[in-house]
Design a protein around this ligand. Structure first.
Ligand SMILES: Nc1nc2c(c(=O)[nH]1)N[C@H]1C(S)=C(S)[C@@H](COP(=O)(O)O)O[C@H]1N2
Ligand SMILES: [Mo]
Length: 190
């Protein structure tokens, strides 16, 4: 294998060519017309975005690798969406805000540091590989956080909440690492 590719694979990961589908419970079918994304917590004013509102924002296309905590890595995945940092443009983030929780349809959550959320490669993604994001992969809109294990990439994204304290999400409460950096193999908290 090309040695430059080896460095793209975090420790303990195996490359797959398919795209596994993994989630707790069953995939909801969310109507684009009634979908909303609500940004709340330590930000003013809050924001509620509709599907048309999201599509009206400048889009970003990006190719990145994704790493699942269960051990698979998929290289060169192609996404389109809006940078989450762009959603916050024109809003006042309180200086006390340090952490974020992504809220998914049905109540599933995941937490990440605000700094990670605002990183340039974090998207509210609505296309995968040139097509509308399928319901099984989190459509109409999912969070995409390529630098952390893929469980941080909340499918069926409906909310982002900022706070000063760290509020653990669904898997984090159940023993997954609060940060989840694949290069440091932060799979589970010890
Ligand atoms: N809403 C929601 N998002 C979720 C999950 C979930 O159970 N519910 N599982 C996470 C986990 S553990 C993984 S590995 C990825 C899987 O995404 P995929 O099914 O598109 O591969 O979604 C993440 N996002
Ligand atoms: Mo996962």
């Amino acid at each position: 294998m090309d040695p430059s590719r080896v460095e793209r694979i975090p420790p303990g990961q195996v490359v797959v060519t398919d795209f596994p589908v993994l989630h707790a419970g069953s995939a909801p079918r969310i109507d684009r017309a009634s979908w909303r994304l609500t940004v709340s917590g330590l930000v003013s004013p809050g924001l509620t975005l509709t599907w048309d509102g999201l599509l009206a924002l400048p889009a970003t296309e990006q190719v990145c690798d994704i790493h699942c905590v269960t051990g698979w890595t998929k290289l060169d995945t192609r996404w389109k969406g809006v940078r989450v940092s762009r959603l916050f443009e024109g809003l006042d983030i309180s200086p006390e805000a340090r952490h974020a929780v992504a809220l998914a349809n049905g109540g599933w959550t995941t937490n990440l540091p605000l700094e990670e959320l605002l990183s340039d490669d974090v998207l509210a993604a609505y296309e995968y590989d040139g097509r509308p994001l399928s319901a099984e992969h989190g459509g109409p809109v999912r969070l995409l956080v390529p630098r952390l294990y893929f469980w941080k990439s909340a499918k069926w994204l409906e909310g982002i909440q900022l706070s000063s304290d760290r509020r653990l999400g669904y898997w984090e409460v159940r023993g997954y690492h609060p940060l989840g950096d694949p290069w440091l193999e932060q799979r589970y908290s010890s």
